[in-house]
Each structure stands twice: as C-alpha cells, then as structure tokens.
Design a protein around this ligand. Structure first.
Ligand code: ADP
Ligand code: MG
Length: 699
C-alpha cells in the first residue's frame, strides 16, 4: 500500500483502471458496453473477465469469492466459495469461471420471501450487477449481485432499484428529446447519503442485553447531562474518535468509497459521515458496505458503532439524509437551474415532476423508510415529521407563485414570467437558509430526503422516489408529445402542476404541531405515524398500478414485500419486549431488591442499637423502592401477556396493529417505573451501565 490516499484509493476494487490493465482491448470494450449500456455479456467474454478478476483477487490475497447481495433482511448477505479446484497432481489450482461470475445459486430458503417462493423450491439465483465494481473484503472477492427467485421475482433490494432507475431514465429520455437533447443516451440518478451513528465503549455495550439483542437501550433514566448544551454538534473530535474516523476512512477509501465529510452530531457520542455522491445503485452498495465497515472498525478500537435510529431516549436519534439528483450521461444535472432560458424551462419541468411525484406518492415515500426503529424518530421533534412535505425556499417559491398566478416575478424583471424567456436566478446553496425540519428539501441542485433512518437501506427510498418521478415524467411526456404548440403546452402543464400540488410545499417549521394540524386537516396530506399505519398502503390500487406499470415491481412482489416489512416490524418489537421482560426479571428486580435488602439491613442494625433511632431516610426509600418493585413486576407480567396475546392475531397486519396499540404502551409503562427506580438505586446495585456512562464513556 502506498503512503498517500491517491496511491491506495480503490486498491481493493476491480475498477475501471484494473479492467483496462488486466483485459485485452476487445474484452474491455465488451465489458464496458455491458456496464454503460446494459448489453448482454457473452459467455466467452465473461470467462475472460472472471479469470482476470480472479488473478487480480488472488494477487491481492483473496482465497474465496462470493456473490454479495441485499436480501430483504436489510443487511447484506454473502456465501463464500473458495477458488480452489483439485489438480491431477494432488494439488489445487485457483479457478473461477464466467458462469460463476455471472450467476450464483445460493440456497435461499432462510431469506424472507413473503411467500414468493414455495418451500420445495428453496433456491434463488444471484446475478452480477456489472455496473457496481467487484471488491475484496477479508480475503474474499465480492461480486455485487441482484437476488431473484427461480420464477424471476426479486427477493432483494437491488433488483427493483435498478428497475426504478431504468424506468426513470426511460421517461426522462422522452422529455429530454422534446427539449432537443439529441446526444443524451441515458439519465442516471445520483445519491449522497449522509450517515449518522453513535460510538460507545465496547465493554459497556457488552453489559447491556438490550443493546446486544435490539441495538437500542430499552431502559435508562435521563443522565444529569444530555444534549442540552449543544456542545457536541460540530465540536472538537476526541482523539479516540478521530483515530477511529481516520482508520474508517482508510478502509473505505481502499474500497473505492468516497468518504468525504465527518463531524460530531447533536447528541453526545453521535457522529456523521458523508461520502461524495455517486450513481444510486453504487451509492446503495457503498452505503451498505460503509455501515458494515463502521461496525468492524469500531471493534478494533474497543468501540461499538450503533446504527439504530433511536439508541437512546431523550437525545436525538440517527438518520440518513438521501441527497438525490438526476443527471444526463453527458453530465447535465437536471435539477440545476440552467444558463439559458431553455435550460431553465427544462429545469422547471423536472422540478415540477418531483413536486407532483412527492405529492401523488407521499404514502410510498413514507413507507419506504418505515421500520420499528424509525418510528421512534419521525415526528419526535428531532427528525422530520411523519407527514411528507417539500421545502423549496423563498426564491423558488416566489418563482412558482409568479408562474401560477401569471404575475410579474420581482426577482428577475418587472414582467410576467414566461417560460423559455426569462432566465432564472442561480440558486446558490445557502447554508444559512436551510430548513432542517423539512422531510424533502430542495438544496440548490438536488433534493435532500431526510426521513430515512440510519439503518435503512437507501434502496427502498430511492426505488419509490425514482418510480414516482418516472410516473410524473411519463404523464408529461404523453401530454407534450401530442401537443400542437410545445411551449404553451409546457407552460400550461407547469402551471397546472403548481396549482394541483402546491399543498405538498411547506417552507415553515416542520416540527411545529400547528403544521401537522394544517397538513392533515386543511391540506389533506397523509399522516402515518407508525409502520403499521403506512405499510398496508403499499398495496393501494394507485400504488400497485404505478409500480407495476413501470415494471419496478410485480403485484406478487409488492404483496410479499408488504408482508415481509410488517413481519420485520412485529419481530423487532417482540424481541424488544422479550428483552425487557428478561432484563426486568433477571437484572433490574434482583438489583433493586439487593439494595432494598441492604436498606432493610441498615434499618434493623440501627434499630438494634436503639428502638427510637431515626430511620426516616431508609424507611422512606425502602417503601418507595418496594412500591416500584411491585410495579415493575406487575408491568413486566402485563407486557409478557400482551406479547402472548399477539398469537391471537389472524394475520400480520392484525399483529402489527396489536403491537402498535398495546405492546408499545406496555413497554413504555414498564420502562417508566424501571427508570424511576434507577434514579433511587445505589450505583453499585444498578445492574448495567447507565445513560451517563454510555453517552459520555468514550474519552
Ligand atoms: P449537509 O450536512 O449540509 O446536508 P453534507 O456536505 O454533509 O451537507 O452532505 C451533502 C451530501 O450531498 C454529500 O454526500 C454530497 O456528495 C451530496 N451531493 C452534493 N451534490 C449532489 C448532487 N448533485 N446529487 C446528489 N448528491 C449530492
Ligand atoms: Mg444534510
């Protein structure tokens, strides 16, 4: 490894440089055609590529290969096969064929399929995504792949993501042609996901069953200090954290991941990492890898990286901001106001396509980020509310208002805005005028979708976003292709979009309760606070119609996904509830009882000295704690019964409703009494590390 970043950046990736260096010109050209245009890869070419890839990987210390994919569990999956193949002389050769590169057949019976795969046909297959480079991780050549059932149904997150990117490109190309863009071959969406996370000391983590089993704390009284001083945000990075970040960057850079920005976040022990944006499917692969490597590197530093959306009550949780834009293969960002009037009209049309998409498919965007973990963040006045809306900023808002009302826009010239005539002002990315409370904010040349939870795969959100925008563009293209006068049809359509969809635009404070009231009661926007509230809408007729018409999902895939997402939700909360019961019975109650016994012992010891000696402190405390232990025991039993009762639900939707309506409140009730007991119990009797220790333990 070289000494400077540019020497080792991407050294574990079979990237374009390696392809060029290791493949003949003709093989390289065919592979490039596959990567750039999706052309089918000939088997003889695949064999040559596989062999070169294997030689390169073996030279870099790899012994195994794996098809690396993203099943619906939310994490990545890999099954390692070694390259070895027996040689006649009793030794081995390292072997890897084109067939093995292109297609794998993992036994997939244990991955969630939501009923898509009959149990007798447990196999699925994985297919190489050549647009995302292969890389080496822990001596294994990882080949990014899509994962499907034998019937061809997607069992992963990459397949529909690629389909959604194609759908958007298809429709955007129609629109671009109308604007006379002849040299554009395709349109790609790009994403830069900002990733938040917590770092806590490993030795403390290991003492908490809740963190181990669920990734979040289920108990914990508020520490004397939380985030109230705002002294952590952008604060000086502690030496130990800085060395973690340096190590992390190095690992990510070796994998060709463009880790760029890092800083402390609002909550103590909370940090953020943002890469430079890249094409969406690559950004999705890289984000999955980033999350994995964050956790691995943490272990080397005696730390644990928590990616849960809400590891600690009372301080901010972690999100993931999905910065998203659309660009042509010729490098034009379609969400950037242009230099010429024509480009500006094109920009306004794409902007309107997004506005219409977000309004028409609010429910899909909301449910694309729905998990049990993220439910704790959305609407808790630390992250955007569960109501989807768009922030445009004053300048762009004024332009849209002028177009809608056919009135002069003072910002440019004192005359009526006419598309294709006036030049839009440049939208400088202005950090002072950023609305951080908006779920979906325009930030100069991209949109920032801020509802994602820190552990979400970015695929889900981008699938819905791409598909919904593809639908707007399809409607526009249908209309414009048949228009007699392009410019007036364009103007009319933009005006109509603004009129019809302005309810989704909100430039105010999204944390304000008044807004939620207005959003739901006046504007009729959807408000789905929890996963069970929103997930069933995946199967609403309009959503199924849109997603299937663009071939992003089949109906069967949608049904299975709805089932799997709800199942995940139920399983997650049930594990949390069971963990609480376990901790309450085996740790908290015995701990508090130990202290009670000590208090009782002190009282009798004092009384033995004299009947009249004052024991007010001890008896008062003992009686409060005894009341609390009774309560803890009672609430534990109630929680346990609520979980048992879930078996009565007839289907997964019913089960998720029962969890939302009963289990979660029983969990909160148990936590409340346990946390109260924590505030009164002597430190040495409290059975696990406290919030103060966890949040301020990294020094
Ligand atoms: P902030 O925290 O102010 O929102 P950051 O610099 O932390 O900003 O993150 C911005 C993210 O947006 C980065 O990942 C960056 O690469 C990404 N980004 C910038 N321009 C684009 C674009 N045109 N399309 C997609 N993502 C972009
Ligand atoms: Mg941001």
């Amino acid at each position: 490894m070289g000494t400077t970043v540019s020497d080792y950046f991407g050294c574990l990736v079979f990237d374009d440089r390696e392809m060029k260096a290791n493949l003949s010109a003709s093989v390289y050209a065919s592979l490039r055609k596959t990567i750039d245009e999706g052309a089918k890869l000939d088997l003889s070419v695949a064999n040559t590529v596989a062999s070169a890839m294997k030689d390169w990987a073996v030279a870099h210390g790899a012994t195994h290969f794996t098809h690396w994919f993203q099943p619906l569990t939310g994490i990545t999956a890999e099954k390692h096969d070694s390259f070895i193949s027996p040689a006649p002389d009793g030794g081995v050769i390292m072997d890897f064929s084109g067939k093995e590169l292109i297609k794998g057949e993992p036994d997939a019976s244990s991955f969630p399929s939501g009923g898509l795969r009959a149990t007798f046909e447990a196999r699925g297959y994985t297919a190489w995504d050549p647009t995302s480079y292969a890389f080496i991780k822990e001596k294994t050549l990882c080949i990014p792949t899509a994962f499907c059932s034998y019937g061809g149904e997607a069992l992963d997150k990459k397949t529909p993501l690629l389909r959604s990117m194609e759908a958007l490109s298809r429709q955007a190309m129609r629109v671009l042609k109308l604007f006379g863009n002849e040299d554009v071959k395709c349109v790609r969406t790009s994403v830069g996901p900002e990733q938040e996370y917590f770092l806590i000391p490993k030795e403390l983590y290991e003492k908490r069953k809740d963190l181990i089993y669920t990734g979040r704390t289920l108990f914990g009284a508020k520490p004397p200090k939380g985030q109230e001083m705002d002294d952590h945000y952008f604060g000086v990075i502690k030496t130990r954290v800085a060395s973690y970040m340096a190590d992390l960057n190095e690992e990510l850079w070796k994998l060709g991941i463009l880790a760029k920005t890092e800083h402390n976040e609002v909550a103590p022990a909370q940090h953020e990492l943002a890469p430079i944006y890249s094409t969406t499917n690559i950004a999705a692969d890289h984000n999955q890898l980033t999350m994995e490597i964050m956790q691995k590197v943490a272990a080397r530093h005696g730390l644990v990286c928590l990616l849960h959306e809400k590891p600690f009550a009372g301080v901010n949780g972690s999100g993931k901001h999905n910065n998203w834009s659309i660009a042509t293969d010729t490098g034009v960002n379609l969400l950037s106001p242009g230099e010429t009037p024509y480009e500006n009209a094109q920009f306004l049309l794409f902007l309107c396509a997004v506005i219409k998409a977000v309004d028409d498919y609010q429910d899909l965007l909301r449910l694309s980020v729905a998990t049990a973990g993220n439910d704790h963040r959305l609407g808790a006045n630390e992250a955007p509310p569960a109501v989807v809306s768009i922030f445009l900023g004053d300048e762009l808002q004024a332009i849209l208002d002028a177009i809608e009302k056919d009135v002069p826009y003072a910002g440019i010239k004192k005359k009526t805005m006419k598309l294709g005539v006036d030049v839009l002002p440049r939208f400088a990315r202005d950090n002072t005028d950023r609305n951080r409370t908006s779920p979906f904010a325009f930030t100069g040349n991209k949109f920032e979708f801020r509802m994602l939870g820190s552990s979400n795969s970015i695929s889900c959100a981008n699938i819905m976003l791409n598909a919904a925008v593809a639908e707007s563009l399809k409607i526009y293209a249908d209309r414009l292709e048949g228009a007699e006068d392009f410019e007036s049809a364009l103007h009319a359509m933009i005006k109509k979009t603004i009129k019809d969809h302005k309810r989704i635009i909100f430039n105010g404070n999204g944390y304000d309760d008044v807004w939620i009231k207005e959003a739901t009661e006046v504007r009729g926007l959807c408000n789905y606070p929890t996963t069970p509230d929103c997930m069933p809408h995946l199967l609403d007729e309009k959503n199924v119609a849109m997603l299937t018409s663009h071939k992003v999902f089949t109906t069967a895939e949608l049904e299975s996904r709805c089932e799997i997402m709800l199942e995940n939700y139920c399983k997650t909360v049930i594990i949390e509830a069971n963990t609480m019961v376990d901790m309450a019975r085996k740790q908290i109650l015995p701990g508090v009882e130990g202290y009670c016994a000590e208090l009782a012992g002190t009282i009798s010891a004092k009384r033995a000295v004299s009947d009249t000696i004052a024991c007010g402190y001890e008896t008062g405390l003992l009686s409060k704690l005894s009341m609390l232990t009774d309560q803890i025991a009672l609430k534990t039993d109630e929680l346990e019964s609520a979980v048992v009762k879930l078996k009565e639900a007839s289907d997964v939707i019913g089960e998720s409703y029962a969890i939302r309506d009963t289990v979660l409140s029983k969990m909160a009730a148990l936590r409340a009494v346990a946390d109260e007991a924590e505030t009164m119990t002597a430190e040495k009797y409290w059975p696990f590390p406290t919030y103060g220790e966890l949040l301020f333990g990294v020094r």
